[in-house]
Design a protein around this ligand. Structure first.
Ligand SMILES: Nc1ncnc2c1ncn2[C@@H]1O[C@H](COP(=O)(O)OP(=O)(O)OP(=O)(O)O)[C@@H](O)[C@H]1O
Ligand SMILES: [Mg+2]
Length: 377
């Protein structure tokens, strides 16, 4: 296996009795990357992280760190460190003592400890707080102590399991940026677990989207947002409209889809889908344009009726009924103050989107993906 990967999982499966928590997972994380595991509760994120850390052993497959197979090595023999959601600081010790603890246990000289603790506290911007106890710190400061404690051994890889989960929204946002900058400065590979898609999009170089123990897609924030490879990813990342239809054929290198609500649209062909196949079309609300009146024969234009208009400051959201119970969410930026809505409730409008704005998924492959968890491995 290549040593240029900080972490490599090859066909890793983890079972807990009947439960398959992680299913045949193969992942390659290059040195220095900020890599996130993203997915809903119970999808296997923590289990994956615990296997990398050596707290759980794979039922099948192999894990490499820095090119070395880890086998059954215990956590303390792996070049990694872990930061958990609950910081688990020692309440009776000062900040200094908390950060120094690991080095003291390993018999590092007093002078080296002093220098390295100072370095670590500098890194997380806590210089000057050495003598405080955890109870005298804010949640964000406590989390930074936990980070300093994990970074002090200069691990090759830092594993972080929802480390900002206990913080309020504002502090979490500030810490997201800080953590990303910190990772950039120290150059250590981060494997970061979160169920918060916005957090993953904000912080990561690349993201693995998981569901039911499976990795569904790996890519940059932009790749998974703009080009989701399945309905689950399109739905889990950001907001999406789903429309149902059938493949009518190909035109101008694009797929032609006859929508159930009536009308035909063109969409980028991500996968090869045959004529007559039922499909789901995914379109982001901010890619849809809305104009008053009926369509004038342009491509990808449908007519609808505005059901609701919601002003949310930076944008206005329109709900447009297309008939047959299908509705489209349209989000338009409010660029000019006092411009008012493009259309009012009850008005007939045209909605349209560029050909490359829609992703198409075969409905059969969706059904398979949803059946997989019960199928066993
Ligand atoms: N020690 C265990 N024994 C049995 N089942 C377990 C054990 N640990 C995890 N599981 C199961 O494995 C699956 C994955 O759990 P895991 O903790 O990895 O999920 P997660 O993605 O971290 O979820 P969350 O976002 O809620 O933390 C779940 O179905 C869980 O119940
Ligand atoms: Mg978890």
């Amino acid at each position: 296996m290549s040593a240029s990967y900080a972490v490599e999982l090859v066909s890793v499966t983890k079972r807990f009795g009947e439960v398959v928590a992680v299913r045949d997972m193969t992942l390659r994380i290059p040195d220095g990357e900020f890599f996130s595991l993203l997915g809903p509760s119970g999808c296997g994120k923590t289990t994956t992280l615990r296997m990398i850390g050596g707290f759980e052993m794979p039922s099948r497959g192999e894990i490499f760190i820095g090119g070395e197979p880890q086998g059954y090595r215990p956590p303390y023999q792996r070049p990694v460190n872990t930061v958990f959601q609950s910081y688990a600081l020692f309440p009776h010790m000062t900040v200094y003592e908390n950060v120094a603890f690991g080095l003291e246990m390993r018999g590092v000289s007093r002078e080296d400890i002093r220098r390295r603790v100072a370095e670590a506290l500098d890194m997380v911007r806590l210089a000057g707080m050495e003598r405080r106890r955890p109870s005298q710190l804010s949640g964000g400061q406590q989390q930074r102590v936990a980070l300093a404690r994990a970074l002090i051994n200069r691990p090759k890889v830092l594993l972080l399991d929802e480390p900002l989960g206990a913080l309020d929204l504002k502090l979490r946002k500030a810490m997201q940026l800080e953590l990303k900058q910190l990772q950039h400065r120290v150059g250590i590979t981060f494997v970061y677990v979160t169920h918060d898609q916005e957090e993953a999009l904000t912080m990561s170089d690349r993201i693995a989207v998981m569901n039911h123990g499976l990795v569904l897609q790996v890519g940059t924030a932009e790749e998974i947002y703009e080009h989701p490879n399945c309905r689950f990813v399109a739905d889990f990342i950001g907001e999406t409209n789903f429309l149902h239809g059938t493949i009518a054929g190909r035109r101008q290198g694009a797929l032609e889809v006859t929508l159930d609500v009536g009308g035909t649209v063109l969409a980028q062909a991500g996968q090869d889908i045959g004529r007559g196949q039922p499909v789901t079309l995914a379109v982001r609300p901010e890619r849809v344009r809305l104009s008053p009146g009926l369509p004038g024969g342009e491509v990808n234009a449908l007519s609808g009726t505005v059901e609701d208009v919601v002003y949310t400051g930076v944008a206005t959201t329109y709900w447009v009924a297309l008939g047959q119970g299908e509705r489209l969410m349209v989000r338009q930026q409010n660029e000019q103050i006092g411009a008012g809505p493009v259309a009012e409730r009850g008005e007939k409008v045209t909605v349209s989107w560029p050909v490359d704005a829609a992703s198409v998924f075969a409905q059969a492959s969706e059904a398979q993906a949803q059946a997989a968890p019960e199928a066993g491995a």
